[in-house]
Design a protein around this ligand. Structure first.
Ligand SMILES: [Fe+2]
Length: 318
């Protein structure tokens, strides 16, 4: 009785493998600056704002970029999506996002994160969510499970990749455009950073809102990171403002760096406001190079690259 579904499942899996194979065919898109010494590379996009349009729309835009990433000479260690993955956090939008990632993303790990659009979901004329936090977070947990294979008790989690720590923060409530961070999440972050000091490898923190837009919990979040200023190279990665590449895409306060990622799915302001852009990061023993990439255009935008020399720790990512 189960023969038909099983056969269908096998055929579907085969189809997926063909699609993935085709996605990777074609000329190499991205070659490392120094392949011999590169320890890890990963891609960072934000604000994909996957919409309800069933065919095409922003899902097609995402797929075009994923194909570009999949043709990199060295496989990407991770794909970060720094929030506002969807336009309204609807089931359909999550289904489209999940399908695109499952079919076309070949990064070692997918690290998706929620923004205000994802956690608020659909809203009334006053901007209030019509759905509960738990319901909206539930769709995120399902995406994590079915596309990234990540199963966690909390919306915040971390992964260590090639010795580098990737910490994904996430809102624990709905409060307008702000990030709601519990004391427990901030204490957890503090503990993870403290634990990272002896190895001294770079730490990448993903939070949709930049510090200036986090709201009430910004001060405590900044204080936690500042405790490790000079001890760790911390990269705080955010989207939200929809700023295109510009001279201030990456700023710093000591060894705490702030990486502002353009809006992938919507036109950005700034010098290079095209959709389909983000940073391709390359980690070396003593530096992290953020290379500005127009993924859907298939070109580098090198005038916005930034090389950060690692100042803290042992400067080695084993
Ligand atoms: Fe956004």
């Amino acid at each position: 009785m189960n023969a038909v579904p099983v056969r269908f499942g096998k055929m579907f899996a085969l189809l997926l493998s063909f699609v993935s194979l085709f996605a990777q065919l074609g000329p190499v898109s991205m070659a490392p600056l120094d392949a011999e010494n590169m320890l890890l590379s990963f891609d960072i996009i934000a604000d994909t704002h996957i919409d309800e349009i069933w065919n095409g729309g922003r899902t097609g835009l995402l797929i075009d970029g994923l194909k570009d990433m999949s043709r990199a000479r060295i496989k990407s260690g991770a794909l970060i999506i720094a929030g506002d993955m969807t336009e309204r956090g609807s089931v359909n939008e999550y289904a489209k996002l999940g399908a695109a990632l499952n079919l076309y993303c070949d990064a070692g790990t997918i690290l998706p994160e929620m923004g205000n659009h994802d956690i608020r979901g659909i809203k009334d004329n006053e901007g209030n969510s019509l759905l509960t936090y738990e319901f909206n977070a539930g769709k995120y947990f399902e995406l994590l499970d079915k596309t990234a294979g990540i199963r966690e008790e909390t919306v915040y989690f971390y992964r260590d990749i090639e010795g580098c720590r990737f910490i994904v923060l996430n809102p624990e409530g709905m409060k307008g455009m702000e990030t709601v961070l519990s004391d427990a999440q901030l204490a957890w972050l503090d503990g993870l950073l403290a634990e990272s000091v002896p190895a001294g490898n770079p730490v990448f923190i993903v939070n949709h809102q930049p510090l200036s837009a986090v709201g009430e919990d910004a001060q405590e979040l900044a204080a936690v990171m500042d405790r490790y200023n000079g001890l760790l190279d911390i990269f705080f990665i955010s989207g939200h403002y929809h700023d295109g590449f510009g001279p201030n895409s990456i700023t710093n306060d000591g060894t705490v760096y702030f990486v502002s990622v353009p809006a992938y799915g919507k036109s950005s302001s700034g010098d290079y406001g095209k959709t389909g852009t983000g940073f391709h990061a390359e980690v070396y023993g003593g530096s992290v190079v953020f290379r500005a990439r127009d993924y859907t255009g298939g070109v580098w935008v090198p005038q916005y690259d930034r090389t950060v020399l690692l100042a803290a720790g042992r400067k080695v990512c084993p």
